[in-house]
Write a protein that binds this ligand. Sequence first.
Ligand code: BES
Ligand code: MN
Ligand code: ZN
Length: 494
Amino acid sequence: MIELTAVSSAKSRPATEVLVLPFYKGEKKAEPAFSHSLDENVKHALALGDFLGKEGELLLVYSRSAKEKRIVLLGLGEKKSCKAESLRKAGALVAKFCRQKKLGSAAVAFSELSFAEGLLLGAYTFDSLKAESLKEEMPVRLKEVSFLDAAKGFDRHLEKLSVIVDAINFTRDLVNGNADDVNAETLIETARDLSKQLPALKTTVLTRKQLEVEKMGLMLAVNRAAICEPALILVEYRGDHKAKDCTAIIGKGVTFDTGGLNLKPTGSIETMKCDMAGAATVLGIMKVAAKLKLKVNLVGALAVVENAIGSASFKPGDVYKSRSGKTVEISNTDAEGRLILADAMTYVQDVFAPTRLIDLATLTGGIVVALGDEFTGLFSNDDALAHALIHSGEITGDLLWRMPLAKAYRDYLKSRIADIKNAAGKRAASPCTAAAFLQAFIGDRKGKKGEPLPWAHLDIAGTAYLDDPRGYHTSSATGVGIRLLIDFLETSLH
Ligand code: BES
Ligand code: MN
Ligand code: ZN
């Protein structure tokens, strides 16, 4: 992890390999975003008009007189349009620059938290599968960054930021990792390790036998052809003993999705190690909650299976019984995420009686078609919850777009032989029919008949794993949802 320091005056800054000077774009020239004097070479470059401060602009100036040998002029665009997201992108740009130039330390001449966030997120690389090629050329990692002109208390913000980005990188590693390495067994180990490091977390694991006892027929069905046993991993955190309030966060943990007997074609199957991103995100959130000692009560649940193909596979056309008692006709074995979530959601409601439930799942290809990788699809039966989440999305940059949850879509799932089928016969509105299926497993709030449990479903199929990494998402896995839900938990529950 990069060590971040807040330095109150520029004069007392430590010597680093590069000094980053941020500039806004003025009418005709660049305007410094900081308050101290400029190096002669920088003045010269500015006078020549080589640098205007446009968003994304970088100019490297070499200096003989400054404390640093290199000075980087960083353009932030116009001040009035420079929001948190522009600062995050600027931070990622500096991280990329340091990586390319193999710099281990930097000083940044302003103290903007969003910039630090982008820098930290953008410094992530996933190269653990590249060990051989890296031997020739040792990577230089950015180790220390100081932020100048820092106001009092900025160091506390940096500390908190480090905790959050550390958890995001933990989640990114799990999602980027080989499907063969990140399976039910190793996820169980990871969750147990986490609660060993952080005693505020309590981990319980239900494996095949217990899932049978608990009648979780859908989780068992999906995992039938897999080598690993299925697991429901529960991680509890109580940060507010006085309150009855409890948020359940459930993640889809399909360690690899072949599609099952409705096998995925070439072109769709290659990225399916990402299908446990929801579960990995839940672990990341639990890690942050415990480390930051958030004053909330949480139960995290990871529904972990592999949707493998083989003679033991669950079968299209067959009917399986869910934990809720509802029977499900399998119209498509590739619609497996909703099956395991249904059982996990029922179990969590039965056992923990949460006051709200949020699920994260790489659930449908349709949400990728609709929203690409810009927005996560949000479905919710509760306007206040939806609005709070959308707001946290705007604050953190984990953007959400609300999609319709409607009775009409439920009608697409009518089965002639069972209570419900898992996929509609047509592709139309597939993210919406998937959400409608999940909604069938949301019960009433405990002790409040007719009042459904407030629930939000986040379809992260487009945002959790990118074909083309960009900005502060430097690898396929983004860790989307962690900054979103931490902001939500911190700001919306009291
Ligand atoms: N894991 C996939 C969804 C997915 C697609 C995730 C692209 C990430 C990127 C999911 O299990 C799936 O296969 N969904 C099907 C459902 C269909 C059969 C009703 C889909 O969306 O095509
Ligand atoms: Mn699938
Ligand atoms: Zn899937």
